[in-house]
Design a protein around this ligand. Structure first.
Ligand code: BDR
Ligand code: CA
Length: 311
């Protein structure tokens, strides 16, 4: 079977944790390594969480700690959605191996240099590490086949009225990524707000009845409660794994290739993704924007991954 080699750059985070499980347990993905970035929690916390999820998944891919602040040096982690530990809701196993001694960007560079195939970068947190990689190692761009990021929105935001959290955390980094000239797919709120953890999905997870599914249910129940409290959404959106799912089966989303620019100023709109669906600004198409999700395909993949993880 042909596999897609990926590096997962993330800030776990409940939905990032699910993206790790999908990457480890889907046979079409070859997870080369995990790098972390501050976002859902401070860098130390999200890095510990990445190691704990690896322990849960019984995998030992290299993990390296990445950027703790944005390109402009800002550090603001959010506890609103993911809780104090950034992954509240269920007891997780302790890490079973050590972090890499090199930082996240160096690990990305190492994995790209060593790979004899082009590698896809999947980013499910702020884009700081990816932007630094592109600027610090321009010669490695030829080793990147594709960058898929969870972030942005063609409509409203979730951190501010028009900015989605990951982009809002580091707009300068997002600007570097969307204008990198590489193939880029944006998996934003338009599509991730269709990846809802519904009551029926919880029931299917309950039927699995494994140690892993019980932990996943605990995590997702916490996540569901904060989404209800903060956004009044009855079912929470499982954003990050959608960015992995579209690599497993591109038909899981429908995309449009359009011009996307990042609002770097804007009194109220800094961090907004300006998605020019009707080509009103005349900019060159640079991003494949995912707009529609095949709910059943997505959840079949995600539920199978959790099931496999429990075996
Ligand atoms: C994004 O922000 C984080 O809270 C999630 O992990 C996801 O990557 C959604 O806006
Ligand atoms: Ca995330």
């Amino acid at each position: 079977m042909e596999t897609t080699p990926i590096i997962l750059d993330c800030d776990p985070g409940h939905d990032d944790a699910m993206a790790i499980l999908l990457s480890v347990f889907n046979p079409k993905i070859e997870l080369l390594g995990i790098t972390t970035v501050s976002g859902n929690g401070a860098i130390e916390k999200v890095t510990q969480n990445a190691l704990r999820i690896c322990a849960l998944a019984k995998t030992k891919v290299p993990v390296a700690k990445g950027a703790g602040v944005s390109i402009l040096g800002q550090a603001e982690a959010s506890v609103e959605i993911h809780g104090e530990t950034a992954l509240d809701g269920a007891p997780l196993p302790n890490p079973t191996f050590e972090l890499e001694k090199i930082n996240g960007v160096e690990l990305m560079a190492k994995l790209l240099s060593e790979s004899n195939r082009k590698v896809t970068i999947v980013a499910t947190g702020p884009l700081t590490n990816v932007a630094i990689l592109l600027k610090a190692y321009p010669e490695l761009k030829k080793k990147i086949s594709h960058i898929v990021f969870m972030g942005g929105s063609a409509g409203r935001g979730n951190r501010t009225p028009y900015a989605e959290f990951n982009i809002w955390m580091d707009p300068e980094a997002a600007d570097i990524v969307v204008n990198s000239g590489l193939p880029v797919t944006m998996c934003g709120l338009d599509v991730t707000h269709q990846a809802l953890v519904t009551k029926e999905i919880f029931e299917k997870l309950e039927k699995q009845n494994t140690e892993v599914s019980k932990i996943v249910i605990g995590l997702l129940k916490f996540f569901a409660q904060t989404y209800l409290d903060v956004f009044e959404m009855p079912d929470p959106p499982l954003h990050d794994p959608v960015a992995v799912a579209l690599l497993i089966d591109p038909t899981v989303v429908k995309t449009q290739f359009v011009n996307v620019e990042i609002e770097l100023d804007g009194k109220y709109t800094r961090g907004a993704t300006v998605v020019d669906i009707f080509d009103r600004n005349g900019g060159k198409p640079n991003v494949h924007v995912a707009l529609e999700l095949d709910f059943d395909k997505f959840w079949n993949m995600m539920l199978s991954a959790v099931d496999e993880a429990g075996k």
